[in-house]
Design a protein around this ligand. Structure first.
Ligand code: IPM
Ligand code: MG
Length: 382
């Protein structure tokens, strides 16, 4: 037992020093990249696992269509990144193999298909690793259901909390296991600032700060306190404090849910509650997600690799909607606002109002690429 305690103490020391160093690095960060100033924007498309290659090839086709001129005149380049597969990651025993990470870092923005995340073991999630490696601190997830009066934008902290150290816990066999959760000042400031800036820029009047600060007194306590300090700089916006458990109930409470506009919260709560919110919108297959940092940004669907669909031999029937939503968010982020608006309008026609071609769980479902064709035909008509 003494040896376990010694090893665990050393591990904790290393983790602590590393996190102090990270927080200091963040303090010195120097602002966000301006895509307009780039001569060329390089978009990397990571194919991923399961249905990933199927839906991302469809997004690639969509981008080639929407950005035809920009690609032709060299303003935009699309690069396919194939190595982010569970097989390659396991073979190299790295969440993101070095050569793949180098390819990713050579791009400006990434469109990423779902990747397999293993339960247990030591191989870290590719998502979590990418968010950390590219310092993508704001996970932005919009959920919109106009007929229910719902127009929510979630700002989930993306580089801290339980996640960043989730593969670095301590285990004493047959005795106990312990994971670490970290909340830093600089990390909290930047996510809260991003949420309030978004609220201000989009005329929102309400930001819900969601924690469990009554229980996680140090980490969530810090998050809550810093969020309120930042809120003081935005007197036109009401900052409300909520605990995550009741907020989970609020989202299904028809009497109050349409009052919420912007949410800001630590990583794990954001992970859980955004799946709930996406379900209200029609399922996790309908939601896209932006992972934004100062130097890079990555856009992805919020669902997984759908192994059951692949096992059933029905991969071609994967629904690309959330990948298309991620594509829309990416276009918007890199400055193609009009193109993003057109894509959004066409997506709405194809999935809400017209619905001539539908991808669903039924035997009559259209294929992923039939839906892609339908969307592009719809864009042409706009
Ligand atoms: C998400 C996913 C990921 C997460 C997994 C795949 C690691 O659930 O993006 O919400 O938990 O962040
Ligand atoms: Mg999730």
């Amino acid at each position: 037992m003494e040896n376990y305690i010694k090893a665990a103490t050393e591990q904790f020391k290393a983790v602590l020093e590393e996190q102090i160093e990270r927080q200091q690095r963040m303090e010195n960060d120097s602002g966000a990249i301006d895509y307009k100033k780039l001569e060329k924007i390089i978009i990397g498309i990571c194919y991923g696992d399961g249905i990933g290659p199927i839906i991302s090839k469809e997004s690639k086709r969509l981008l080639e269509f929407i950005l035809k001129d920009e690609i032709a005149n060299g303003k935009v380049e699309l690069r396919v990144i194939e190595g982010l597969t569970i097989e390659n990651r396991m073979a190299k025993n790295k969440a993101i193999p070095d050569d793949v990470l180098a390819e990713i870092k050579a791009c400006n923005v990434i469109l990423k298909a779902p990747t397999t995340t293993l339960k247990g073991g030591t191989l870290e999630s590719a998502n979590v690793a990418m968010r950390r490696e590219l310092d993508l601190y704001a996970n932005v997830r919009p959920v919109c259901v106009p007929e229910l009066g719902i127009d929510w934008t979630f700002y989930r902290e993306n580089t801290e909390g339980e996640y960043v150290l989730g593969s670095r816990g301590i285990e004493i066999p047959e005795t106990l296991a312990m994971d670490f959760k970290v909340t830093t000042n600089a990390g909290t400031k930047r996510i809260c600032r991003a949420a309030f800036e978004f609220a201000k820029a989009n005329g929102k009047t309400n930001v819900a700060i969601v924690t469990k600060a009554n229980i996680m007194k140090k980490t969530d306590g810090k998050f809550s306190q810093i969020a309120h300090e930042i809120a003081k700089e935005y007197p036109e916006i009401t900052a409300e404090e909520w605990y995550i458990d009741i907020m989970t109930a609020n989202l299904v409470n028809e009497n109050i849910r349409s009052n919420f506009q912007v949410f800001v919260m630590p990583n794990l709560y954001g992970d859980i509650i955004t799946d709930e919110a996406a379900q209200i919108q029609g399922g996790v297959g309908t939601a896209g997600s932006a992972n934004i940092g100062d130097k890079y940004a990555m856009f992805e669907p919020i669902h997984g690799t759908a192994p059951r669909l692949i096992e059933a031999g029905r991969g071609d029937y994967a629904n690309p909607t959330s990948m298309f939503k991620a594509t829309e968010m990416m276009l918007r982020h890199i400055g193609f606002i009009e193109k993003a608006n057109t894509l959004s309008e066409a997506l709405n026609i194809c999935t809400e109002t017209e619905k001539k071609i539908v991808v669903d769980d039924s035997q009559n479902s259209a294929t992923c690429s039939q839906f892609g064709d339908y969307l592009m035909e719809t864009i042409k008509k706009l």
